[in-house]
Design a binder for this molecule. Structure first.
Ligand SMILES: Nc1ncnc2c1ncn2[C@@H]1O[C@H](COP(=O)(O)OP(=O)(O)OP(=O)(O)O)[C@@H](O)[C@H]1O
Ligand SMILES: [Mg+2]
Length: 235
């Protein structure tokens, strides 16, 4: 799969032929230097950005052949996305933000807020339900974004640096949630990360550089990490 930005002399080929399989039941981590195309790739997988060429199959659906309305519906039902910049709605409280995916699916406000409350409690935000994003720390905002991405139990969870703004304890809580999500054989989790503290939670680590995936490592406690991954420092 390929993707470029701009045209003419300023055309920049950002994804130069990505070939990657993500397995259900797995946590797949995506690592690579800043600017190598990680966010571009996961935005294409999530259907929020189009690829220029290639094939993209998510749970047997060829997203590049889907009509826009079908794609929007498919995304709302099947994908939970945690953006690098969180993208919370500033005028809504935590519980309202976390309810959004369920409301989009047509659920009642009462039911949606009940599930959103339970998810916010799981990420340790039980005391902050009624606050708006501006009243929260970066790590708290990130946990609201995580609760919103998981509340509708999507089959594919995609997160851009989920633990970057979290301390060790909250990072562990969040990774346990992702592990819980991925344990199901019908589900998959993709995590972009620079944080080597969470590599132990991965089943596979795909390494990118300069618009391509150059290594896919199956994590196995008895095997050492490949050399290039041991150089990645703490986030
Ligand atoms: N909308 C855009 N228009 C033009 N160029 C873009 C756009 N989005 C990304 N790029 C360029 O594409 C390249 C890859 O960007 P991307 O955001 O995918 O990198 P990344 O691997 O996620 O980096 P980071 O680790 O810093 O988040 C960069 O050179 C970036 O400047
Ligand atoms: Mg990025």
């Amino acid at each position: 799969m390929t993707r470029s930005f701009g045209d003419g002399d300023s055309k920049l080929l950002v994804l130069k032929g990505i070939d990657l399989d993500v397995r259900c039941g797995d946590i797949t981590m995506l690592v690579g230097p800043s600017g190598c195309g990680k966010t571009t790739l996961i935005s294409i997988i999530a259907g929020t950005l189009a690829a220029d060429a290639g094939e993209l199959v998510v749970f047997d659906n060829d997203l590049r052949k889907m009509r826009k309305s079908a794609l929007t519906r498919f995304r709302a039902q099947n994908i939970g996305f945690i953006f690098q910049q969180f993208h919370l709605i500033p005028t809504l409280t935590c519980i309202e933000n976390a309810s959004v995916p369920l409301l989009i699916q047509g659920g009642s406000t009462r039911q949606a807020e009940k599930k959103a409350r339970a998810m916010l409690e799981r990420v340790g935000l039980g005391d902050h339900m009624k606050k708006r994003p501006a009243q929260l720390s970066g790590g708290q905002q990130q946990r609201v974004a995580i609760a919103r991405a998981l509340v509708h139990e999507p089959r594919l969870v995609i997160c851009d640096e989920p633990t970057a703004a979290l301390d060790a304890k909250n990072g562990r809580v969040v990774m346990e949630l992702f592990e819980h999500v991925a344990k199901s054989p019908e589900r998959a989790v993709i995590i972009v990360t620079h944080d080597n503290r969470i590599f132990q939670h991965a089943n596979r680590i795909a390494s990118m550089d300069d618009g391509a995936v150059f290594d896919v490592h199956d994590v196995d406690g008895s095997k050492p990490l490949p050399e290039h991954l041991t150089h990645i420092a703490h986030a």
